[in-house]
Design a protein. Structure first.
Length: 165
């Protein structure tokens, strides 16, 4: 199905906070990278498929990566703009956050987004994540980026002076 409808990755409005929309070839490579991530880390981004027709409307998932110079489990989500404000991002991100906690046993999960992407920040806040920092994201044109964190109760992060994970 994704080969017929990866429109969200190539759409300029949907991808406005990325360096550029992806080409169809880059979209296919994105899918292959995330399949490989699941084999290596048991997590990665997944396509969001609408239940009633199977159309790909976005992606969501947790990726083991480096965020602002620190190894993290980063929760990311993209929803194609015709489907914004319909609850898809919150529903998918909550499912991924819960999966990261339950199946992967993660005690810390972060999300980062461009400082002016208010809708993405609201999704993180609805998940109970707290904004803990701001940094210039070298992976995204040096853009000012907000860092949100969910941590298991009682876990203190390096940002708050604790030992981390």
């Amino acid at each position: 199905m994704w080969m017929r409808s990866p429109r969200f990755w190539v759409d300029a409005t949907t991808m406005q906070c990325w360096p550029a929309p992806l080409s169809y070839a880059e979209s296919a490579a994105w899918v292959e990278r995330n399949i490989a991530r699941y084999g290596q880390h048991s997590c990665g981004r997944m396509l969001l498929l609408r239940k009633h027709d199977g159309i790909a409307i976005g992606d969501c998932g947790i990726v083991a990566t480096v965020v602002n110079g620190r190894p993290e489990h980063d929760l990311g989500y993209i929803v194609h703009y015709p489907y914004w404000r319909q609850g898809y991002a919150v529903e998918a991100a909550r499912a991924c956050l819960n999966d990261g906690r339950a199946r992967l046993g993660l005690r810390r999960i972060v999300a980062n987004m461009a400082h002016d992407h208010i809708a993405s920040a609201r999704v993180a806040e609805k998940l109970g994540m707290q904004r803990v920092g701001v940094f210039n994201n070298e992976r995204n044109r040096g853009m000012v980026t907000w860092l949100y964190v969910w941590e298991e109760s009682g876990v203190r992060s390096q940002e708050s002076g604790g030992a981390g994970r």
